[in-house]
Design a protein. Structure first.
Ligand code: FES
Ligand SMILES: [Fe+2]
Length: 423
């Protein structure tokens, strides 16, 4: 076991210890997951006052709740008395959270409301105002996607999400109301033997598609004929900064939009958003990773939960377009299942590959993981974003610029997690 050192990660390669060393994993939890913005959930999962969702920031269990005024709070799912989690369920509705051990009860904003057998405390032994559930000091959201940070000094959320907004807009504008639901039409969870960072690389992987998903591509070409040319399409992949990356899967012409989507749906979107915005949403298909734990793919939001250096949980939350015809949403379910489902033509191949990657990482004789494809031809947009062809590796290099910045302590990193008591 070692520690992270700058010679372990360069733009063109990572050392295998980044994928297998438990000490480096612990360092990543503190310097990345406890230091930057982390996705916790979507507003549609907690639509009403009293609704909550439990999640994780790194390995810290958290609750995202909506209070009676409609405001979303994020706090640690950890009783301030002696540490039990106060909420065991993933999703639900509550008036308050009561710890099962000694009945300390917390309001929807995390503040402490009552304790069991209060007369056993003498004057001065119980400070209600300082014993609320520890609150994440920063919460930000964009189009319903809620992010929180355990670091009060983290950079501003708007800057963090900035270049990704355009793509999140394309995604949500496929809904005539601009609203989507996340996970209400199904969640698929799986674990694999492999490192969490394989998801940052694999969720935007254009190089493998032609080989690893050849059968799926042949079938998908029936509903998107240009997929037959996947490896030759003039599509790009971008480094969006702060570790975020995006791969364009395909972009449709107006004519292809009409082949892909029923005319009534196209017209519905145009009347809702105007032609330009509607056509943008219909044209662009992409996968985007929001560092360090979330990705949006064509039909689902993917949440990456690191469990150990060689163990990761992935949750795929299927998305639905609020106000779209039932047949459109139904089709999105079927297409999702076709590729990503447990018996799908794509996802299981990826899982098998992640397993093989981790097995291969044990080969100490060849310790480097390469990302140099297209490095020499990489270009930069006028706005300063790196980009290359979607079958090159700009998007795999992207997370590691931010990874190195955080791991090398070039960003405000709290020496301990700073959580404020709700009260
Ligand atoms: S541990 Fe929660 S009330 Fe005692
Ligand atoms: Fe894949």
């Amino acid at each position: 076991m070692g520690h992270y050192t700058p010679d372990l990660s360069r733009p063109e390669a990572n050392h295998a210890s980044l994928y297998r060393d438990p000490a480096i994993f612990d360092e990543e939890m503190e310097k990345i997951f406890h230091a930057t913005w982390v996705y916790v959930g979507h507003g549609s999962e907690v639509p009403n006052p009293g609704d909550y969702k439990t999640s994780f920031i790194g390995q810290v269990p958290v609750i995202m709740s909506r209070d009676m005024a409609g405001k979303i709070h994020v706090f640690a799912n950890r009783c301030t008395h002696r540490g039990a989690t106060v909420c065991p369920r993933e999703l639900g509705h509550a008036e308050s959270f009561t710890c099962p051990y000694h009945a300390w009860t917390y309001r929807l904003d995390g503040s402490l409301e009552a304790v069991g057998l209060p007369r056993g405390y003498n004057d001065g032994e119980l400070d209600y105002s300082g014993l609320g559930l520890p609150v994440a000091p920063r919460v930000g959201s964009y189009r319903g996607f809620v992010f929180a940070s355990l670091n009060a000094d983290v950079h501003d959320f708007d800057t963090h999400i900035g270049p990704a907004k355009k793509y999140i807009d394309y995604y949500c504008d496929l809904s005539p109301t601009g609203e989507i639901t996340v996970g209400l039409t199904g969640i698929y969870k799986h674990r694999y033997r492999g490192n969490w960072k394989a998801q940052l690389e694999g969720s935007v992987e254009g190089y493998h598609v032609w080989h690893n998903h050849r059968t799926a591509i042949d079938i998908m070409s029936k509903w998107v004929p240009i997929m037959k040319q996947y490896q030759n399409l003039p599509m790009k992949a971008y480094d969006l900064g702060f570790g975020h990356n995006i791969i364009e899967n395909y972009t449709l012409t107006d004519e292809q939009v009409h082949e892909r989507w029923p005319a009534e749906f196209v017209e519905l979107l145009i009347s809702a958003h105007g032609r330009e915005r509607a056509m943008d949403a219909l044209r662009h298909r992409f996968n985007i990773v929001l560092f360090p734990n979330m990705a949006i793919l064509e039909y689902h939001v993917r949440v990456i939960r690191p469990l150990a250096a060689d163990r990761t949980e992935v949750r795929q939350y299927h998305t639905s377009m609020v106000g779209a015809p039932a047949a459109i949403n139904q089709r999105r379910v079927r297409e999702h299942e076709f590729f990503y489902g447990p018996g799908g033509a794509g996802g299981p191949d990826d899982l098998a590959t992640f397993d093989r990657i981790q097995q291969g990482m044990e080969a100490w004789t060849a310790p480097w993981v390469l990302f140099n494809r297209g490095l020499k031809s990489e270009e930069t947009t006028p706005g300063g974003l790196r980009f290359g062809h979607h079958t090159q590796e700009t998007q795999q290099r992207a997370p590691y610029y931010e990874y190195r910045r955080l791991m090398e302590g070039k960003a405000p990193v709290p020496s301990r997690i700073r959580l404020a008591a709700a009260g």
